[in-house]
Design a protein around this ligand. Structure first.
Ligand code: PEP
Ligand code: MG
Length: 588
């Protein structure tokens, strides 16, 4: 009898982090989603499942009560009382009544029964024409997620079970999950949601983990243990690859390994064009652990340290000493190379549970209180961070940069806070770099168009293309439905970039780029031709970029930019770039 071979299936998602991974699928069950697929259990498992449900209820309550205590200390009674409402929900018979019955009678998992219960409540609240009930829906979701996490996290598969060379398939992953994957030597990952510039993709790039995101429902298609190939460069996922495909990808994988060996030789050479124009290549950093990768990468410092890692996924604000310890560690490690601390950019997509007073869910968070706006509103929080950065500046390699600056006035206000903190430290005889350099991130069209004015008062500029593109084109960088409209080559974006670089240079200031566009090697020559001084990229990309830059001639790159600005059609831009790439390939 003929063996029934599984059929090869190919899926296309968004290319999030390059490289090839070949291995067995490790399916992580949906955690954050309230819709849990139906799973039946056997009669023998009913008791165990009911116990799991009850334990999770208790655990959730305990967690909430401990959060209440911390809130009470940090922000007072008013906020702490809110937690009582949450605890009340966990005890609500509306939720709990049916769960045990469903497990016992319908023979379903605890998480499925809970998700049905939760969704029933949500639907009934949605039908009530009352703002109070509508407002409670997000609370129910929060509590529900917490409860489900406790159920799933306990007995179900978790990331800690992953074996080396497996490929994780998940609905979504947090940046900290991604670090776990790297530690567990997982080969790559694939997720349902996300875009090329969502944080999970950026972290994957930093960790050199091949990844494809935005696959919508891949968790419902892939089965645990199936053979799978992930090609991060093209966003391709192949399930049950046949022998030909497997051989083809194994060969590609080998080539990548060989190229890596070649690139290592460039580590100590400068990023200099054939005609002697030198630029610098520095790294983006999302957590202090990644500094080891930066040190190995051949980069000349850190161009963007995203400091959010101490603020997200926690219930209380970080203390100054906690921050200082991490900042000092990183600054010392990278010294004498420079490190730019981007002050905290929470709000927007970087949701925080910090319980800041008056911080409510917003209809359009990306246009709301995030970045420097939030920092200026919660000034004590901001000052604590600035104090920690200044105290870590004793190696004299530390710089500060503010996110989401929209005008020179806002930049001034942020600088005033630094001045205030400096004075306080001086009064307390605390040592710090009194000449610390302060820069502005240019990631809003308003800042880009006034970058000449901002550059007069800033020590340097850094273009954050992830947000600059999002805000220029009105395309949510997290939304895969409009991901194809997220276009770095839109002439408006290119014009803004050139404008910022020229404006910075006209005031004698260094212009860096720390957004994703700096890491896309198909744009390197254009950025070089525009006059960009510094590329801040994930460690994995440093040598590749160096190799590329060392093969270019500056005057050639400038000519390419001229050609692009003489077109008025996107397809012409693409044509010019691909002709130029062909020409480069022939001569290299
Ligand atoms: C950017 O917007 O380009 C940027 C570098 O900042 P983040 O991705 O952290 O918003
Ligand atoms: Mg940004």
């Amino acid at each position: 009898m003929k063996e029934n071979k599984p059929v090869q299936k190919i899926f296309k998602g968004i290319a999030a982090s390059e490289g090839i991974a070949i291995g067995k699928a490790f399916l992580v069950e949906r955690e954050a989603d309230l819709y849990i697929p139906l799973k039946k259990i056997s009669k023998e498992n009913v008791k165990k499942e009911v116990a799991l449900y009850k334990e999770s209820l208790e655990k959730t309550k305990k967690e909430l009560l401990s959060a209440k205590e911390r809130l009470l200390k940090a922000l007072g009674k008013q906020h702490a009382l809110l937690i009582d409402v949450y605890v009340g929900m966990v005890d609500d018979p509306l939720l709990t009544r049916d769960v045990v019955r469903m497990i016992e009678e319908d023979l379903v998992t605890a998480e499925y029964a809970v998700s049905v219960g939760l969704n029933r409540i949500i639907q009934s609240f949605e039908q009530i024409e009352d703002e109070y009930f509508k407002g409670r829906i997000s609370d129910i979701r929060d509590v529900g997620r917490r409860l489900l996490r406790n159920i799933l996290g306990k007995e179900r598969k978790s990331l800690s079970d992953i074996q080396p060379n497996m490929i994780v398939i998940a609905h979504t992953l947090s940046p900290s999950d991604t670090v776990v994957l790297k530690e567990k030597k997982c080969a790559g990952f694939v997720v349902d949601i996300g875009s090329k510039t969502s944080h999970i993709s950026l972290v994957a790039q930093g960790l050199q983990l091949p990844a494809v995101v935005g696959l919508k429902n891949i968790t419902e298609i892939v089965e645990d243990g199936q053979d799978i190939i992930v090609e991060g460069n093209t966003g391709t996922v192949i399930i049950n690859p046949d022998e030909n495909t497997l051989n083809k990808y194994a060969k590609k994988h080998n080539e990548i390994v060989k190229e890596r060996e070649y690139l290592i030789k460039l580590k100590d050479l400068p990023a200099e064009t054939l005609d002697g124009h030198k630029v610098s290549i520095v790294c983006n950093l999302d957590s202090p652990q990644e500094i080891e990768e930066v040190l190995k990468s051949g980069a000349e410092g850190v161009g963007l340290f995203r400091t959010e890692f101490m603020y997200i996924e926690r219930d209380e604000l970080p203390k100054e000493d906690e921050l200082f310890e991490k900042y000092y560690y990183t600054a010392e490690k990278i010294s004498p190379y420079p490190i730019i601390f981007r002050t905290v950019d929470i709000g927007g997509d970087k949701l925080s549970k910090l319980g800041l007073e008056g911080l409510l869910p917003e209809t359009s968070p990306a246009l709301g209180l995030r970045g420097i706006r939030l920092a200026l509103k919660y000034k004590d929080m901001f000052k604590t961070q600035i104090r920690a950065i200044l105290r870590a500046s004793v190696f004299k390699n530390t710089k500060i940069m503010f996110p989401l600056i929209s005008s020179v006035q806002e930049f001034r206000l942020a600088k005033e806070v630094v001045e205030e903190v400096k004075k306080e430290l001086l009064n307390r005889n605390i040592n710090f770099d009194q000449n610390i350099k302060i820069g502005a991130m240019i990631e809003l069209p308003s800042a880009a168009l006034t970058s000449d004015i901002i550059a007069q008062e800033a020590d340097f500029l850094s273009i954050g293309t992830n947000d600059l593109i999002q805000y220029t084109l009105a395309v949510d960088r997290m939304n895969e439905n409009v991901a194809d409209m997220y276009d770095p080559l839109h002439l408006s974006v290119l014009r803004l970039m050139k404008h910022v670089i020229d404006a910075g240079h006209s005031k004698g200031k260094h212009v860096s780029m720390c957004g994703e566009m700096a890491s896309d090697i198909s744009f390197t020559k254009v950025l070089l031709g525009m006059g960009l001084d510094e590329f801040s990229v994930p460690p994995a990309l440093v040598l590749k970029l160096k190799k590329l830059i060392r093969g270019f001639v500056l005057s050639d790159a400038k000519e390419l930019v001229n050609k692009i600005f003489n077109t008025n059609d996107r397809s012409d831009v693409i044509k010019i770039l691909s002709e130029d790439e062909n020409k480069n390939n022939k001569t290299s």
